[in-house]
Ligand binder design. Sequence first.
Ligand code: ADP
Ligand code: 5GP
Length: 207
Amino acid sequence: MSEQGVMVVISGFSGSGKGTLMKALLERYPNYALSVSCTTRAPRPGEVNGRDYYFVSEEEFCRMIRDGELVEYACYCGRYYGTPRAYVEQRMAEGKDVLLEIEIQGALQIKEKFPETVLIFVMPPSAAELKNRLCGRGTETEDVINARLHRAVEEAQDMDRYDYLLVNDDLESCVSLLHQVIQSQHFKAASQKERIDTIRQELKSFT
Ligand code: ADP
Ligand code: 5GP
């Protein structure tokens, strides 16, 4: 099994349940570290700076881009979102599996820079259920909900570029599947170079 943590991208249409899934996954399994993104959008009621997001101004966001502090970033429905580099690198080195809950443009940037990253797309059981969840959450205005549903139509064009597609119907089953998919990454031969070298050396004694 690889000792360094793996990087995992989780994307999905707004309202598909990514945040809910992340929370449940972290509660159930200890070895995950969830990256906290920076954003220029306003906090929702109940959201806490530094826990849910780092809420920053556009000036600060631009400075972070200039100084290379973001490992990826994107504009989503008129607001900027980005992943701080330092946290991801540090936690992976500590052996934690780092989760990036980000949208599709950022996901594709990550895959380009780190091809070994696993990209997981979470979808709702149906489009109608997506709308129900997004409206039911009650955190966005009608305009914002419509913008997000329009964006979902565009995102659906690229969802087949992901490595895995999970349907978030029953939450607990989806959490288990997500965990299994992520853990399987540790057993990839490509991430076990040290073990391969060791056994190759050991086997030489038979020749
Ligand atoms: P996202 O982070 O993808 O935008 P959320 O996690 O905020 O989505 O979920 C959107 C809404 O759907 C929330 O009200 C949440 O409680 C609900 N939800 C999430 N997962 C499920 C599920 N498996 N079954 C039913 N409702 C769900
Ligand atoms: P929300 O405003 O609902 O919290 O997030 C809107 C979208 O931005 C979601 O699809 C979410 O996954 C995405 N997102 C959150 N953080 C980041 C980030 O750091 N980078 C990118 N590219 N997208 C992000």
